[in-house]
Design a protein around this ligand. Sequence first.
Ligand code: VG1
Ligand code: CO
Length: 543
Amino acid sequence: MPMQTARTEPIEGQKPGTSGLRKKTKVFQRPHYLQNYVQSIFDGIGGIEGKTLVVGGDGRFFNDDAIQIILRMAAANGASRCIVGQGGLLSTPAASNLIRQHNADGGLILSASHNPGGPDADFGLKYNGPNGGPATEGVTQKIYDRTKTIDAYKITASGGIDIDTLGTRTHQGMQVDIVDPVADYAALMERLFDFDKIAALFKSGFTMRFDAMHAVTGPYAAAILEDRLGAASGTVVNGTPSPDFGKGHPDPNPIWAKALMDEMYGPDAPDFGAASDGDGDRNMIVGKGAYVTPSDSLALLTAKAHLAPAYAEGLAGVARSMPTSRAVDNVAKALGINCYETPTGWKFFGNLLDAGKVTLCGEESAGTGSDHVREKDGLWAVLLWLNILAETGKSVSDLLAEMWATHGRCYYTRHDFEDVDSDKANAMIDALRARLTDLPGTQAAGLTVAAADEFAYDDPVDGSRSTGQGLRLTFTNDARAVFRLSGTGTQGATIRVYLEQLESDPARLGLDPALALDAVASAALEISDLKAMTGRDAPDVIT
Ligand code: VG1
Ligand code: CO
């Protein structure tokens, strides 16, 4: 087999974060950089000789070129087969599904998720294991260790593999299957949900807007919502994936999906609105004049999932990441099922899902999912909501009001301080960590700290322990503040401050969220001394 072995340059070894390695596109484009990382993945997972891999990405700038490199390297490393989404496209949940459906040995997903794309923006690459989920901590460590010692990679001499035409071909002894990125995923959704019921809802005049944010879910949403379920044409907007996401920021939250929010709060609002992110694993849900926080969405889906065929038997349990609000805890308690609290990042849910301990899981960052794949899944969440709306005949705001009346309301917000000087961000977190044991009893902004600790997680399945997963402060009035540093940024440090206030008083269920969270927001700033320590007056993004 013709093969070229190149000497390599250091790849600035950096441990891949919560979902793979993310860098500026220009860094990935440096000579040998991507190649070194891909070889480190192949070596880190024990080689790929004779193995089958799923390959695809969110279509951002450099997607195509990177896939050519990956395929040539997979062939040179002796892989027997690669399954590739047509045009190089695969949403993260669809890739997870393909890995599982084809019993593949894993997959390479090219995406920097909700980060902008383009020559001057971000690129990313993650490895998912044979269960379809993000690499475990152990595998990530092996890949990272390999990046520090790697000095050569294998690649075939010639490229130009056609990834745009469906069908099977070979590249230097490796089989390359180009598959429809949507077909298997749409079939899975059809098995999980009552498509007839949802179609009847649309037929009855129910209206919806789905903002694909110029990212990968466009083709999936058009095929499922419009073609199969009969939603009016034009339901899906910004539905053609573009290399720079229409120069936008494909992050489905009220800030970056502002056009959708304006429509949903406007005079001609459709009944239901939703959006998804760059790689299709996140979701935003919004009713007529009713934004649903991701934490509330997880709680509501937990309460009502049994209305969809796939979950009719009930849920084995649920899980949420630690900074996600405790709304779902209350629902789980009422249902009599376990609720697990994990560190941020989907990989921690994988073991719980594999062991059958949980059926649903979610994060405050707009990620919700179930045991149907091993990734969060944007369109899945939208379809489960639609199934619930179709079964109950209620509106989004009715369902929320009902839930709050039963379980209380967890007001919730996240404040992000972006591109903070890394040393200052670390110094702030270190200083707060050092004071944790002294904090109980401290008063700030009228609140009193009840408990303070640094979150660590003992995995109930494999017994592994993950430390340093966020500083959390609870207050005597059911408020909570959490501080953690982002693991997915590509510039400086991002400090995330998660704020929550539980209200059970029926008279206090309809407050302006910003007002309800004002005291805990002030207390968090005061106690952490964030402004003085970082030089930042206000958060860059509030979601
Ligand atoms: C962020 C979110 C986290 C999510 C991760 C990957 O991580 O907070 O909840 O799992 O992104 O999501 P961090 O470390 O920046 O807070 V995605 O849509 O990139 O796959
Ligand atoms: Co994503």
